[in-house]
Write a protein that binds this ligand. Structure first.
Ligand SMILES: [Zn+2]
Length: 107
């Protein structure tokens, strides 16, 4: 919800805190599509039929950092977190095995 401060409270990646964030037009938001009308908010697909997102420019009203955000259905975020957890587990297991192999070579 927009408030009287000129934006919505959201997470600023630069401040690493919740700040007042304003929706803005960022030119880069329009460079990845061809023949798209110049709009602040555009629905994009990135190669996967099931992945659509709502892109918009954001500007922190504390530090004026600008970035693009992508609004997706929450189920997609859960799926991405589950997949990242699996990858992190696989990487930790692979790292542990490499460490064991190094220790065996030293013995
Ligand atoms: Zn900020």
């Amino acid at each position: 919800m927009a408030d009287r401060q000129g934006g919505t409270q959201k997470w600023c990646p630069n401040c690493a805190a919740v700040t007042v964030v304003k929706a803005i037009v960022i030119e880069a938001a329009h460079t990845l599509t061809i023949d798209e009308p110049l709009m602040q908010r555009v629905i994009y697909r990135i190669g996967k039929e099931e992945v659509h997102y709502f892109r918009r420019g954001q500007q922190c009203q504390d530090c004026f950092h600008e970035w693009l955000s992508a609004e997706v259905p929450e189920g997609l975020i859960r799926e991405l977190v589950d997949l990242k957890d699996r990858i992190d587990t696989q990487n930790a297991e692979a790292s542990s095995k490499q460490s064991e192999n190094r220790n065996l070579r030293l013995v």
